[in-house]
Design a protein. Structure first.
Length: 95
């Protein structure tokens, strides 16, 4: 009985961590950056939380300062969420 409770508690812990970890990070390549519109065009792998297959598209960016170090051809890891009805990059970092 104690073993079953231990296994159940471990499963709940794993699920809680997964739920709190936020959206998955996705690998991509910067195709273009528009600092005036706070957007970035990314060629990206599949985005499982949307869900969206791999493609190239433009995204709004929550934090415009995150765009400053980016240039065409950079490899990045980023997260995407729906913000005010639009697909939006909520974090982005150079690889």
């Amino acid at each position: 009985m104690a073993n079953r409770i231990g296994v159940a508690m471990a499963a709940v812990s794993v699920l809680a961590v997964a739920a709190c970890s936020g959206p998955p990070q996705v690998e991509g390549k910067v195709e273009a950056v528009d600092l005036t519109k706070n957007t970035v065009i990314l060629g990206h792998d599949a985005i499982p939380n949307i869900p969206m297959p791999a493609m190239t598209m433009m995204f709004n960016v929550v934090d415009p300062s995150a765009l400053a170090p980016l240039k065409q051809g950079d490899q990045v890891r980023f997260t995407v969420e729906v913000v005010d009805g639009a697909l939006t990059v909520t974090s982005i970092k150079l690889e």
